[in-house]
Design a protein around this ligand. Structure first.
Ligand code: TRP
Length: 334
């Protein structure tokens, strides 16, 4: 069993929104708890995607996670562990159809997909996605699942499925996982601070944590600072975002002193921007180095992750064996 289970979908590059919003938290949690973190490629095919690119995206995300400090032995790739799909079927038979129809992420995603693609096709996989997520979690019987507020409904479903399973098979087998909500900085696009930093909004709306110095400086220098001002003296969304980045990168002294300047109305935005760029670069230097090492060593790293997936799978296999026993399904060994 693991204390902590979380997962992330494979999508190419890693930006500061991903890093400060979730991944950094994973890195910190590793010191205190036994953790498993999945790259969930089965989830990535719930909507039409670039299938030729998916495998590469999965590996890229693995490399990026390793480069920023996630330990290899805590990482697994979902599609290397067939028990995820196996448990997903079993759990679907303990999931309430009515509750599934109330999942807001499904409604949002399907509406958005219809709008963007002008195609009314929505896969049953997208509908079943929260059950697969429940399987991802319950396979490892964790105490905590660190996720954002947007995942609360899925966590509630997971707990309901676990409860119904326990009650129908007559054994308190699954412990009910709790959401571990950590207040993390929500980073906004520097090009448009009204929206969050994201890849889907386009190139200029995210900054890669592996960006070269010149590109990063350029992006921070051109950050929008003068929109969203409500009252005179209030901090605009763009300036707030820069302060957020400064604090998140660990530059507490610079943060305090520049905030003081802001309050005295003596802050020059260019000084703030330079401090942010310096702070981020100081932090990412080690990431970029590690990322290069990994790039020169891809084959070994892939093998290492296959190995760690294999180790982590042992827990999943044990869970499936127990679940089959409890539900009257046939196990190979008795
Ligand atoms: N649905 C999650 C998201 O969109 C990703 C996810 C899949 C996940 N399986 C999980 C998160 C298991 C936590 C635990 O962010």
């Amino acid at each position: 069993m693991k204390d902590i289970l979380s997962a992330i979908q494979p999508t190419g590059d890693m930006h500061f929104g991903n890093y400060f919003g979730a991944v950094k938290n994973w890195v910190d949690l590793q010191d205190k708890y036994s953790c498993a973190f999945g790259v969930v490629d089965y989830h990535a095919i719930t909507m039409p995607t670039n299938y030729q690119k998916l495998r590469n995206n999965t590996w890229e995300l693995i490399f990026n996670l390793l480069a920023v400090g996630v330990n290899a032995e805590n990482l697994f790739i979902q599609s290397l562990i067939p028990e995820h799909t196996e448990l997903s079927w079993i759990l679907s038979c303990f999931s309430s159809y009515g509750q599934m129809t109330r999942m807001t992420q499904f409604k949002d995603k399907s509406a958005k997909s219809k709008e963007e693609t002008k195609d009314s096709f929505i896969s049953a996989g997208l509908f079943n996605y929260p059950i697969l997520q429940s399987a991802d979690i319950l396979l490892y019987r964790p105490k905590f699942v660190p996720v954002g507020k947007d995942q609360e409904q899925h966590l509630e479903l997971t707990r309901n499925i676990a409860q119904r399973f326990n009650s129908l098979v007559g054994k308190e087998y699954f412990r009910l996982p709790e959401i571990l909500f950590t207040e993390t900085p929500k980073i906004r696009s520097t090009a448009n601070p009204e929206i969050k930093m994201s890849k889907s909004a386009g190139e200029k709306h995210y900054i890669s944590v592996f960006a070269e110095e010149s590109r990063l400086r350029k992006q921070i220098r051109s950050a929008v600072t003068d929109t969203g001002r409500t009252n005179d003296g209030d901090m605009s969304q763009g300036v707030k975002n820069l302060f957020e980045l400064l604090k998140a990168s660990g530059q507490t002294e610079a943060y305090k002193s520049l905030l003081q300047d802001f309050e005295n109305s003596s802050l020059k935005y260019v000084d703030l921007k330079d401090a942010v760029a310096d702070g981020l670069l100081k932090m990412t230097r080690a990431f970029i180095e590690k990322r290069k090492e990994i790039a020169a060593n891809k084959k070994n790293v892939k093998n290492q992750i296959k190995q760690s997936s294999w180790e982590i799978r042992k827990i999943a296999q044990e869970t499936i064996k127990n679940v089959k026993d409890l539900t009257g399904l046939i196990n190979v060994r008795f």
